[in-house]
Design a protein around this ligand. Structure first.
Ligand code: OFO
Length: 166
């Protein structure tokens, strides 16, 4: 739960960085993703309650330092997703050890979600690499920024989100 909340803070922080640099499309994309990660946190919280568990809401660690470039921003996004995937795999492993098949089944949604999110970050990094990687600038970044403004995502407003479809 805290890891998903942390992922949301990471996206919020990088979105704010992008907005400050004038990349409004990238900022919007990252802000929407922050909302998506928060929905993931809620999905886990609701599951714990549904299973009669006790929810512990703890402090959320601060996000990393700001990125130094658009390329670095998406490298950091990718690394954050990898870190979250490892935490999710730990829960899957634990559920197997405990023979808690309900939780194992619940966690499969997150396994699939992480594949999608890692792929999305990798695809964006590949595009930036074509545009020059760390040296990408001018037109290339302008076009990427404009494309991301239109990128569809799964983030819903809080009232539309459900546990099954956060
Ligand atoms: Fe919660 O999906 Fe990424 O981290």
């Amino acid at each position: 739960m805290t890891k998903e909340a942390h992922a949301s803070q990471v996206y919020l922080s990088y979105a704010s960085w992008a907005a400050d640099k004038g990349f409004d499309g990238i900022a919007n994309f990252l802000f929407r993703h922050a909302a998506e990660e928060r929905n993931h946190m809620m999905k886990i919280l609701e599951y714990i309650l549904q299973r009669n568990g006790k929810v512990h809401v703890t402090a959320i660690p601060a996000p990393d330092a700001d990125p130094v470039s658009v390329n670095n921003c998406f490298e950091k996004v990718f690394q954050s997703e990898i870190d979250n995937t490892k935490e999710i795999y730990n829960l899957v492993n634990l559920s197997m050890e405990e023979k808690d098949w309900a939780t194992w089944n619940f966690m499969q949604w997150f396994v699939k979600e992480q594949i999608e999110e890692e792929t999305l970050a990798l695809n964006l990094l590949a595009k930036i690499k074509i545009a020059g990687g760390e040296k990408a600038g001018g037109d290339a970044l302008y076009n990427l920024d404009r494309d991301l403004e239109k990128e569809p995502d799964e983030a819903k407003s809080a009232e539309d989100a459900t546990t099954a479809n956060p």
